[in-house]
Write a new protein. Structure first.
Length: 241
């Protein structure tokens, strides 16, 4: 992150970055995760405990892939809200849901994760996928998610994490540093954006630290679940009753 602006300029930088790669985001995401991203999103929604007919919030929804998984879980009586500050990412989300059978149960809103435009205690759950490492203040973002979730509801983060096995860890970061920016350059013509993905992932907090932050934000039953040896982790917590 050393070549990035300070936290004041981070939001602007991140928004411009995602606006610039919105069209190629889904393809590169699938390639980067070898197609595993879909199953990780499903697991995140399962852990959110969202039920049929429920109301879910997906913060930093991007192109809407996690939002769609929430909508599947909530079914035809559910109401799902996806929020993101990048107009181009939301534009792709709207395209992605155009032919989706539950599209009328989803609304996309342009807004800031640091100041959610919702009353307290209105959603059954809130998820954020690969979003927290992009916000200027992770604690504030988690507090905001906790604020808008009903008592007893779950707050879930799915994000890059810190692999645990020592040799694998070094190999993984080396590949991430070399391969992902090259793929980003090839498919999106934007090496800088994918260099940012590397630096923001490498510099992001460990899964246990994020679980501790969830607890400090007032959530209970905080846990993390490593996926692919900790390359990715789901962190969860429940708003107390
Ligand atoms: C890596 S993408 C993740 C998209 C999606 N959640 C997914 O599962 O693929 C991160 C998203 O977070 C959004 N974002 C970053 N900071 C934000 C903020 N402060 N408020 C709202 N959206 C933000 C970006 O615009 C981008 O669409």
């Amino acid at each position: 992150m050393s070549n990035l602006p300070g936290s004041e300029g981070k939001s602007k930088y991140v928004r411009e970055t995602f606006n610039s790669i919105a069209k190629s985001y889904d393809l590169i995401n699938t390639l980067m995760t070898f197609g595993l991203d879909k199953s990780w999103r499903r697991l995140a929604v399962k852990l959110s405990e969202l039920k049929e007919g429920g109301t879910g919030l997906d913060v930093c929804c991007g192109t809407g892939m996690l939002t769609i998984e929430q909508a599947r879980a909530a079914g035809p009586a559910g109401i799902i809200t996806g929020l993101d500050f990048s107009e181009n990412m939301i534009g792709i989300a709207r395209q992605n849901t155009r032919d989706f059978s539950l599209k009328d149960n989803i609304r996309f809103i342009q807004g800031d994760a640091m100041d959610l435009p919702f009353e307290n205690d209105v959603f059954d759950c809130a998820t954020v996928g690969w979003g927290l490492r992009n916000v200027p203040d992770v604690f504030k973002a988690v507090q905001e998610m906790a604020r808008v979730v009903k008592p007893g509801g779950m707050v879930i983060s799915l994000d890059m994490a810190q692999p645990t096995a020592p040799v694998f860890r070094e190999f993984y970061w080396l590949c991430f540093d070399r391969v992902i920016p090259a793929v980003g350059n090839l498919l999106a013509g934007n090496k800088k954006a994918y260099k940012y993905f590397y630096s923001s992932s490498r510099g992001f907090m460990r899964q246990q630290e994020l679980a501790d932050l969830f607890a400090r934000a007032g959530l209970t039953e905080t846990r993390f679940l490593n996926l692919c040896g900790g390359v990715v982790a789901i962190v969860k917590g429940r708003k107390p009753l």
